[in-house]
Ligand binder design. Sequence first.
Ligand code: 5GP
Length: 122
Amino acid sequence: MAYDRNNIFARILRGEIPCKKVFEDSHVLAFHDINPQTPTHVLVIPRGEYESADDFAAKASDAEIAALLRAAGRIAREQGLAETGYRLLANHGRDAHQEVPHFHLHIFGGRDLGRMVAKPAG
Ligand code: 5GP
């Protein structure tokens, strides 16, 4: 599947749609989620065109991968989450309900986050 240059995060990267920015460098942009699920909910995205965790892991350079994880750690620390705890999450594909086809890491924190994944429905 080809990368969709009109996905919402591509448009945020181009400055066509505003975001509440928390961090940026040459490889990474991070901003608050528009529909936060926790008191702190930040999205960390690569500037490169990677549609998912699978795509990013397979094709991104070592520098891009390192930059993304370093940025996530730094942002979590700066948001005051390193002491109390936080969760990093990347949804890939259908079973994980990935909505936006540009790879992103979620940083969740600011409250007790409960168990790791939801129980199966039914
Ligand atoms: P996914 O399910 O793909 O892992 O998560 C996509 C996330 O992007 C959701 O948490 C959703 O609230 C967030 N999101 C969708 N559209 C926008 C937007 O226009 N701006 C921001 N800041 N977040 C968005």
